[in-house]
Design a protein around this ligand. Structure first.
Ligand code: NAD
Ligand code: DAU
Length: 340
């Protein structure tokens, strides 16, 4: 099989490329990435010389480029990770989220229509379901939960999901969609909660917790997300949505305190700061469909996964120190300068 993985220089796409290149030496993995601020070829160093791996730089919303690539490569499968992925950036500047997440998705779908494909897989998010109240721990997102978005980011992702389903129904493009909860693990860009807190704690900086830290996220190790997508593209039903999550709900404060305790740093580093506008309260995935229909089972729980992740950041300081000392430091100043 020839598989185009878009966004493979980012966090989850990069982990997926590693996973697929190692697991399927007979398949060809083409990593297509525009190398935005979030794309990093250092992440691909372990696979860059493998015979079943190739990198192509390009933009998923550039129609001429995408059509030329599909004409020459004739992929069997496309897995679309490429996106603007950070909620806070979407609040600052929504347009680029519409361009990449919506127009980029429809451009890929048009190329799939034109050149034929065995499966187009859209990597979506649990954020398309909106949020759940803190006082109803019995409620979970299922595949039937209505889309009800809060941020420009989640609205762009929900919009892309609707186009994927429309291309399936109207043009018979073979598709699947996965909606996963919050990921953590190696190679995550340090703007996101867990790597931000690990990197700040390691340099004894203040840890900015939004609001009172009571918001709940359902954490999944990126390796388990990659395994689930691999199962869905091979065995998942055409036209279906699958939720991915491992029942690892934690408040943000619990996550931050776990990181501090593991690194033997004081809780006095925590600083409560102005809340994110429109901040979703709780995400919680019901993964029953994926477990019963496809036999998916996560390898990590939060306790084992967070220790492995902290260890990775300790052993790979060069990877993230290079990021936090570069252009990212200006972003941090802009977003947190008057909060800390
Ligand atoms: P990321 O921001 O780390 O990586 C995104 C990648 O996409 C980068 O390599 C970037 O260069 C590339 N990219 C951006 N715009 C592009 C364009 N126009 N053309 C080609 N490449 C482009 O994101 P991530 O956290 O790895 O998320 C990957 C996907 O998974 C996203 O679609 C996101 O919505 C989804 N998702 C993320 C999480 C999470 O917790 N991070 C959870 C569920 C779903
Ligand atoms: O649920 C899946 C989604 O998870 C993905 O679709 C998104 O791409 C991904 O970014 C993530 O979104 P969140 O907004 O949940 O992740 P983030 O790491 O930005 O924040 C996690 C929680 O931590 C959230 O409640 C906000 C809070 N937070 C975040 C940052 C960056 C803080 O308290 N302080 C911070 O500095």
């Amino acid at each position: 099989m020839k598989i185009i993985v878009t966004g493979g220089a980012g966090f989850i796409g990069g982990n997926f490329v590693h996973y697929m290149v190692e697991k399927y030496p007979e398949d060809m993995i083409i990593n297509l990435d525009a190398l935005t601020y979030a794309g990093n070829l250092e992440t691909l160093k372990p696979v860059e010389n493998k015979p079943n791996y190739k990198f192509v730089k390009g933009d998923i919303a550039d129609r001429d480029f995408i059509f030329r690539l599909f004409a020459s490569e004739k992929p069997d499968v496309v897995v679309n990770f490429a996106a603007e992925s950070h909620v806070d950036r979407s609040i600052e500047c929504p347009d680029v989220f519409v361009r990449t997440n919506v127009l980029g998705t429809t451009t890929l779908l048009d190329a799939c229509r034109e050149y034929g494909i065995k499966r187009y897989h859209q990597v979506s998010t649990d954020e398309v379901y909106g949020d759940l109240p803190l006082d109803r721990p019995d409620l979970f997102f299922t595949e039937e939960t209505p889309l009800h978005t809060s941020s420009p980011y989640s609205s762009s992702k929900a919009s892309a999901d609707l186009f994927v389903m429309a291309y399936h129904r109207t043009f018979k493009v073979p598709v699947s969609i996965s909606r996963c909860s919050n990921n953590y693990g190696p190679y995550q860009f340090p703007e996101k909660l867990i790597p931000l807190m690990i990197s700040r704690a390691l340099s004894d900086g203040e840890l900015p917790v939004y609001g009172n830290g009571a918001n709940v996220r359902d954490w999944l190790h990126v390796y388990d997300h990659c395994q689930a997508i691999d199962l869905i593209i091979r065995k998942g039903a055409d036209g279906c949505v699958y939720n991915i999550g491992g029942h690892n709900e934690r408040t943000n404060l619990e996550v931050v305190k776990t990181i501090l305790h593991t690194l033997d740093k004081p809780e006095s580093l925590i600083k409560y700061v102005k809340d994110r506008p429109g901040h979703d309260m709780r995400y919680a995935i019901d993964p029953k469909k994926l477990e019963t229909e496809l036999g998916w089972e996560p390898v990590y729980n939060f306790e084992t996964g967070i220790v492995q992740t902290i260890q990775w950041y300790l052993e790979n300081r060069e990877w993230w120190e290079h990021i936090v000392s570069g252009e990212y430091s200006q972003y941090f100043e802009k977003m947190y300068g008057d909060r800390l």
